[in-house]
Design a binder for this molecule. Sequence first.
Ligand code: GLP
Length: 247
Amino acid sequence: MLVSIKKSYEEVSKAAAVLVAERIRRKPNLVLGLATGATPIGLYQELIRMNREDGLSFSKVTTFNLDEYIGLPRTHPQSYYQFMWEHLFRHIDIPSRSVNVPDGMAGDIEGHCEWYEEEIRRKGGIDLQVLGIGANGHLAFNEPGSSLGSRTRIKTLTEQTVGDNARYFKSIHEVPKTAITMGIGTIMEAKEVLLLASSASKAEAVRAAIEGPITALVPASIIQMHRKAYVTIDEEAASKLTHTFSG
Ligand code: GLP
């Protein structure tokens, strides 16, 4: 695990973009796992800039998003599908057929989850998975208590996560209570993982994930078992770490 502590959110975003861009340059048909939430927005802005100014092309890249709310149509402004188009896809040269976001309106959700796993396999697996972390230590929507071997499936969100995500909705009652999420097992099969975190609100989750015991109660702690994990965080998110990590 390579823990890298940066002075600011901007530096976290830039360092993350440099890593993603390097992997795309090395393998233009990279299979890239993507995350939503506020944290990766700076990374996406930097990738957009690199696409415009530095000749970084996504024309052969395939993406798979981690998760999606159940019951929100893709046109809903708070669906993760919309989020990804707004913050990344519509600004870069990726073909729409190459992007994959779970469909929270699928008729047969369980069948859809199996199909999603199969699609990832068919593309040769995820090369690099970008991750955020929930304040309660969740990864994607794998809430505390999720099986560390889990696959893409339906999860019920905890009250804390519903509350945390309510800021994006008009009222807390509009926040969906269930979601489709890649499993911890799915995420761990990515060849490399890049976990980003910023701000003091994540400090305890980051500490538990990096320095605590590996436990299903802190799903992100499984990252300690990954052979190629990069953890790029700002000083505030790192403020509860007791170990010294290099910049
Ligand atoms: C949501 C997403 C996670 C994300 C988390 C943190 O719950 N499902 O994938 O990591 O929020 O989001 P933020 O970066 O906004 O703190």
